[in-house]
Design a protein around this ligand. Structure first.
Ligand SMILES: Cc1ncc(C[n+]2csc(CCOP(=O)(O)OP(=O)(O)O)c2C)c(N)n1
Length: 916
């Protein structure tokens, strides 16, 4: 052997050896390996000392063994870089760190035996040649694995045992191989058949990534064996139709009916969606007769936006199934494109939720259909990272890169990933490296942008063709068998195609089933009884004001409690925050669970909620809402990660699945909801029209002009209003605690589920007048339009407004002794209660001037939305708008200017200054 391998001096070595001799555990593990497996000790004299020649021999041996350890480590760390995972390129040559020469070995060392116990195999010793072969097969075959970034030793060990023990080689029976072939055949023939029958129609062919289908089959079968009862899929366009037909079991007749463009007015209300966005669900019965429910989540075109929605759905399903410990019975499966996985920020946001209390789902299985292109964009243009999956390293997920042209390796990798998830409840990624046979969609010509690449792809044998050749060679198959399967399946598709052409095959819209039964009624203004007996309010208030024995409550919080209790006992007034706690508390008391998530929501951004108390000495948390009574429902409140898109997506997914809970997402300030705009526009507002999917999600958006500048004043009410149609959402700006109380309760007490967007207060949280008598909680209900609380006998002028501004207006009216101006509040902006509006405003026939007053600039707020409606009702009596001038920015940054503007608005609204 050639010297030197390692710069380790002999004295140090002796010291280590001595320490090891005294107590093996006292030296680092690597040294334990070095010393334990070697004949080294035999060369020592009786006292354990090494004589000089022996020391030299020993030193050499130890150094060589150390280099073997380095070699092993190099393969574990870097092997994936030399793995043969890219079907479009020749296998990479070994990087230098993987060569024996790098570690000082030459051809003469190949038959030298080394201690092999560092490897997780049954071999105690291996020759260097065998060791290299084992490392190469394990880490540089059709599967390359990145896992040494995982800090947890148990996880790394487990993976090593699995991978090194089997050399990462699939061991499949003949039957399993033929199953793979059948799935590949169905995948390919489905694409080719639809291509020939519906040329030019977009289907986002899976070709080049067909291994996905056998992998999913094996995944579902394997998952069932590991106790999974339900899998929630989220995926984009690529291969979605193939997955729908060949995995979720949507009938081919139904699929072709979609291609025929049949529109079934009786079964599909609303506008529907293109076929590659729709959801579907079915039951899969495994070979061992287990049933797994498969559910594909409907999604918009916006790539990756569905990820957090799937996670939220899974969490809700886990709760329903009582799967809240290891969370192994419901599995989230996200299928990504390579460009989207690397490019979309919501991926990182969603990964960041994966281990958080309140959001964890026991690990997500991520499959990447890595076709090495995004539309026309190549990897070098679309990411700064080496692999498209690098983002997943942030949560220390193991990442399996696997050659998509090797279906057995793909199946093997997916099985391993699944077992890892079931074992460690953590995310795991399988990157199926393939190619895209055609253009981005079926109308695209990829030769325009990647002529050379696509000339090569054109003549590539398909995954199926290559696999057939392999099976024939291995003696598992006769070529005719394969052909028979193709023609049988083609016939099946042809018959389905004929049926779909002849008749409209009912597209089964799986809406309002199961938990959602009975929630499909139309929206109405039918009053919802949300009143609560005083005895219940009192019982809840007592629990909310009861400090447990020995609990050291912050004095600021403690100070509020006697006042609140007294107010409830004596039926006086309560503030906003307490009304909110009472709304949630009474629901919990009645058995309805409540979930609230948002940034700093436990305490409340404005230090108003204190839903979680902290012991000032021990910092032990206490949640009064979970101590109301035996058998109450659970209150779940979570400070979320600093994300909007993923957290709102998660809560929306939760609400999509669970109609029996009050599920609320709170923005820190309303404007931050911007960051979740895709979830709002593409899911919350449009889901019923597109996919017949309702949700009762509540958005709490702090809103109001208080001089805090452009970013903390406005929740962009106007954008929500712009998305209103067909009673798709309820948008409210309540002005009193009682209204808010009934609004929240009504959300789960009514017989439909409708998203609720609430503009919530900031300064009114501490406004002396923004209080409601307990009697209004006891007897009242939410009123869409609130009449003047002290209507003037003869109103000359009527001011219409919403939310917070009312309190400024009434204060000014009183201060100025104005007795001829009435104030009417539109508490619910959408759906707009025309009838109630007519009757309330009807009482002010004598008011010749009616104005709309708002704090927001003219191009914002409710004005542009309400104007046509108000005009319709009021005609020429509507004499205009009072509010801020149109503004590109949401609010001024100057407190002085804010005050001037605010005062002017109030004066003008009440007719004390001429409107501009
Ligand atoms: C957020 C978003 N931006 C842009 C698009 C338009 N778009 C649709 S598919 C696509 C390429 C996606 O590439 P990749 O993730 O690799 O998936 P592939 O289509 O290659 O399977 C783009 C840019 C989109 N749908 N969503």
């Amino acid at each position: 052997m050639t010297e030197p391998w390692l710069a380790i001096d002999a004295t140090y070595l002796d010291q280590m050896h001595e320490r090891w001799r005294q107590d093996p555990a006292s030296v680092p593990t690597t040294w334990q390996y070095f010393f334990s497996g070697m004949s080294y000790a035999e060369t020592a004299d009786e006292d354990g000392d090494l004589c000089a020649p022996a020391r030299e021999v020993a030193t050499r041996a130890v150094r060589a063994q150390a280099q073997v350890a380095n070699l092993i480590l190099a393969y574990r760390r870097q092997g994936y870089r030399a793995a043969c995972v890219d079907p479009l390129r020749a296998c990479p040559t070994l990087t230098s760190v993987l060569t024996p020469e790098r570690w000082g070995f030459g051809p003469q060392d190949m038959q030298t035996e080394f201690d092999a116990q560092l490897l997780r195999t049954s071999h105690e010793h291996l020759t260097l040649a065998n060791l290299l072969a084992l490392l190469s097969e394990t880490y540089c075959g059709a599967l390359g694995v990145e896992y040494m970034h995982i800090a947890d030793r148990e996880q790394r060990d487990w993976l090593q045992v699995q991978m090194e023990g089997r050399r990462n080689q699939p061991a499949l029976s003949s039957e399993q191989k033929l199953d793979i072939l059948v799935a590949l055949t169905d995948a390919e023939v489905f694409e080719k058949f639809t291509h020939s029958r519906y040329p030019g129609q977009k289907r986002f062919s899976l070709e080049g990534g067909e291994s996905l289908i056998p992998a999913l089959h094996v995944l579902v079968e394997g998952a069932a064996e590991l106790g999974v009862e339900e899998i929630v899929f989220g995926m984009a366009h690529r291969g979605r139709l193939n997955v729908l037909s060949n995995v979720l079991g949507m009938s081919y007749e139904m699929m072709f009916s979609e291609f025929e463009g049949h529109f079934l007015p009786d079964s599909v209300q609303g506008d529907g969606d293109v076929k590659y966005h729709k959801g579907y669900s079915s039951d899969w019965t495994t070979k061992t007769s287990k049933v797994v429910h498969l559910s594909l989540t409907a999604n918009p075109s916006h790539l990756e936006a569905v990820d957090p929605v799937v996670e939220g759905r899974v969490r809700a399903k886990q709760r329903r199934r009582g799967d809240t410990e290891d969370r192994h019975r419901v599995l989230p499966l996200l299928i990504h494109g390579d460009a989207a996985f690397a490019g979309q920020g919501v991926v990182a946001e969603t990964l960041n939720l994966s281990q958080l209390k309140g959001y964890r789902v026991g690990g997500t299985l991520h499959l990447v259909i890595n076709n090495q292109i995004g539309f026309t964009t190549l990897p070098e243009e679309s990411r700064s990272t080496t692999n498209c999956t690098d983002v997943a390293k942030m949560v220390e997920a193991p990442i399996f890169h696997v050659n998509g042209d090797n279906p057995e390796a793909v199946v093997y990798a997916v099985d391993l990933a699944l077992r890892f998830r079931q074992r460690f409840s953590r995310d795991v990624v399988v990157d199926i490296v393939g190619y895209r046979r055609h253009g981005h969609n079926e109308g695209d010509d990829p030769a325009l942008t990647q002529p050379v690449l696509y000339a090569g792809i054109k003549n590539r044998p398909s995954v199926r063709e290559q696999y057939i050749a392999r099976l024939v060679e291995q003696g598992h198959l006769q070529p005719e068998q394969a052909e028979r399967r193709v023609s049988q399946f083609r016939q099946r598709l042809e018959s389905a195609h004929q049926t779909a052409k002849r008749e409209n095959v009912a597209i089964q819209v799986q809406a309002f089933e199961g938990l959602w039964k009975g929630f499909d009624g139309p929206f109405s203004f039918k009053p919802v009884d949300t009143s609560v007996p005083h005895s219940t309010l009192l019982s809840v208030a007592r629990a909310l004001c009861q400090v447990p024995d020995g609990f050291n409550l912050n004095p600021k919080v403690a100070r509020q409690l006697p006042k609140r209790l007294q107010a409830t006992e004596q039926q006086q007034s309560v503030d906003w925050a307490f009304a909110e706690l009472l709304a949630m508390g009474t629901l919990l008391h009645e058995g309805t669970p409540v979930r609230l998530s948002g940034q700093d929501s436990a305490r409340g951004t404005f230090s108003q909620r204190h839903a979680v108390w902290q012991d000032i000495e021990t910092q032990q948390p206490y949640i009064p809402l979970n101590h109301l009574r035996d058998g109450q429902a659970r209150f779940c409140v979570y400070n979320s990660s600093l994300s909007e898109a993923a957290v709102l997506g998660f809560e929306y997914g939760y609400a999509l699945t669970e109609p029996g809970m009050l599920i609320m997402w709170e923005a820190q300030f309303g404007d931050f909801a911007n960051g979740a705009q895709v979830i709002i526009d593409q899911f919350i507002l449009g889901a019923e029209s597109k996919w017949q999917r309702d949700s009762g999600i509540v958005l709490l958006l702090p809103h109001g002009y208080e001089g805090q500048g452009p970013e903390h004043s406005n929740a962009y009410l106007e954008r929500f209003l712009q998305g209103c149609a067909e009673n798709n959402v309820q948008i409210c700006y309540p002005s009193t605690p009682a209204q808010y109380f009934h609004l929240l309760r009504g959300q789960v007490r009514r017989d439909i589920r409708l998203p609720l967007i609430v503009m919530t207060p900031k300064s009114p949280l501490r406004h002396k007048r923004v209080q409601s008598p307990v009697q209004q909680l006891r007897d009242g209900r939410f009123v869409e339009i609130l009449d003047d609380p002290a209507p003037p006998a003869r109103a000359r002028r009527l001011v219409l407004c919403t939310g917070k501004l009312f309190w400024d207006l009434i204060a000014y009216r009183e201060a100025q002794g104005i007795d001829d101006v009435a104030l009417v509040r539109i508490e619910q902006l959408y759906p707009f209660h025309d009838q109630l509006f007519r009757s309330v405003v009807g009482a002010y026939e004598g008011a010749s001037q009616v104005v709309w007053a708002q704090e927001e600039p003219r191009n914002r707020g409710a004005w542009t939305f309400l104007f046509p409606r108000l005009l319709q009702h009021l005609g020429s009596r509507l004499c205009g708008y009072v509010g801020r001038e149109p503004s590109a920015s949401a609010a001024t940054g100057s407190l002085n200017r804010h005050r001037q503007e605010q005062e002017r608005i109030v004066r003008q609204a009440l007719g004390k200054e001429v409107q501009q």
